[in-house]
Design a protein around this ligand. Sequence first.
Ligand code: GUN
Ligand code: FE
Length: 434
Amino acid sequence: PADLHAVRGEILHFLADPASHGEAAIEHFADGLLLIRDGHVAETGPAGELLARLPADVPVTDYRGKLILPGFVDTHIHYAQTDIIASHGEQLLAWLEKYTFPAEARFADPEHARAVAEFFCDELLRNGTTTALAFATVHATSVDALFEAALKRRMRMITGKVMMDRHCPDFLRDTAAGGYAESQALIERWHGRERLQYAVTPRFAATSTPEQMRLAGRLYAEHPGLYLQSHVAENRGEVAWVAKLYPEARSYLDVYDRFGQLGMRSVYAHCIWLDDTDRRRMADTGAAVSFCPTSNLFLGSGLFDFGRARELGLRVGIGTDVGAGTSFSMLQTLNEAYKVLQLGGQKLSAASAFHLATLGGAHSLYLDERIGNFLPGKEADFVVLDPAATPLLARRMQGAQTLDERLFVLMMLGDDRSIAATHVLGRVAWQRPG
Ligand code: GUN
Ligand code: FE
């Protein structure tokens, strides 16, 4: 018999992008019911109406007074940088040398990798994030550790072994052929198992030889449904360095293009210092941007031009980029996204922000047929937000009249404390104690 259960509360999800579809993009039930069958959405609608025609014995979890949203999608994060979040004083290239590489070296130890992966997955769930595209380290065992931790929690996780064969410490360096073979073995072991998918992961153009770049592109082309993740045009010093390393390329993005690394399910973190030729090329190939506001501010990298990306039709998701990013919280990441747009003279509406964190993120990863909203058949990943989580949030919420105002207050003042529960495939995966 089917496993049928429901949750009741205020329900909000997106049917489309509110920037292009306005009010019609948003579906909202002040007193709603989300009916779940075998871990997938069966139906959603007004609670009274649904309860009247459901069998009386369907278990209903009562979340009235709380807000139910689709689980958050973090499109760029480094699990191995969990322990160096909030490291002081450097911009990108010095930050990598001083903090990141030493921290990633510790993942040669599978025990360490396992312990961090466990903490990392729990921390994602504690923040309402149910799907992530994450960097591991150069060590194949670091990928095993993260996939195992995600599998245990039934989370949607996409990750891959970092490929880097130059301009990094010896103890973190692979080789073009070795990185290819190890990635290949990981793909065979993990890609497509349950909710796990593999991402070919050349760290960035500066730490791979042209030969490794060529092989990364080949791997991405060889296996249907694979992801490719990297960094591009984050920091001005980095952009200048890449221009020297690849003098034949028109731009930093063009380096990836020349090696066949742009396409569907390729995701590039940052994309700050692009021109319109680059942006058009990303849009044309179906590549996606991961906008990482807390990281871009923390490392002093620059301001992502969200408005221009949208005008040119790019797929954009949002990423925490922990450990250069300063929070696992998607709410805090939306808060900083708003401020980045303000500094660029642009406005991020609350609706657009929450769309980015849910359906927009899913769309950027080509996962919007499976997750991102509550249409029937979708995987029932959701987050339960408490609008009275803290005294200030509760107080400020009272003065918020419209749904838009309430969502805006929630993303500005909310954080991990506002997450009451996180459900994965219908079931409670994390719940606030007490
Ligand atoms: N570019 C290359 N590697 C990294 C990394 O680990 N973090 C960030 N923010 N940018 C990078
Ligand atoms: Fe990153």
